[in-house]
Write a protein that binds this ligand. Structure first.
Ligand code: AMP
Length: 149
């Protein structure tokens, strides 16, 4: 039987588990799709946050969105890479966490997303919380606690 001590896990909060904004690869809404594709391919990530010039969170952009938008009726329209801006096609329907949010709230959000953006009450970007960062303490806790039983 699996046993978890909820209070043990709730000592972790989003601010200490997240990847800080300084080391998160991102693009700006006004960038053309070719710049976003370059960032995604070079970084190896499938999606990255989109920020405005003041570092406020606007959405996320993924390789899938870019490829879908390049698809014309019969062929790929490569010229769209330079003529379409990221903010025209990015995903804006995204969850957002705050640094102060609890482990359990974060756990619920990463069930459906490999990463969730973290921003303050004014929308300024603080970083991202990855599913990996949530699973690590959960895995550690699971093995430590259940080995004691
Ligand atoms: P990972 O848990 O490392 O596999 O990351 C899951 C997803 O989070 C990646 O596919 C990216 O979309 C995003 N991600 C992780 N680390 C970064 C980073 N440093 N900068 C931008 N996006 C990241």
């Amino acid at each position: 039987m699996i046993s978890l001590q909820r209070e043990e896990l709730e000592k972790y909060y989003v601010g200490e588990l997240m990847i800080p904004s300084e080391i998160v690869a991102h693009v700006q809404g006004g960038n053309p799709l070719e710049h976003a594709l370059l960032v995604l391919v070079k970084s190896g990530y499938s999606a990255v946050p989109v920020l405005d010039a003041k570092y406020r969170l606007q959405g996320t952009i993924s390789k899938t969105i870019i490829i879908e938008n390049m698809l014309g009726v019969e062929q790929f329209e490569l010229d769209k890479l330079s003529s379409v801006r990221v903010e025209e096609v990015m995903n804006t329907d995204i969850p957002c966490l705050k640094k102060e949010d609890s482990f359990s709230k974060a756990l619920g959000e990463v069930v459906n997303h490999p990463f969730v953006c973290v921003a303050d009450e004014n929308g300024y970007f603080d970083g991202i919380l990855t599913r990996r960062a949530i699973l690590k303490p959960l895995n550690k806790h699971f093995h430590t606690y259940n080995n004691k039983m």
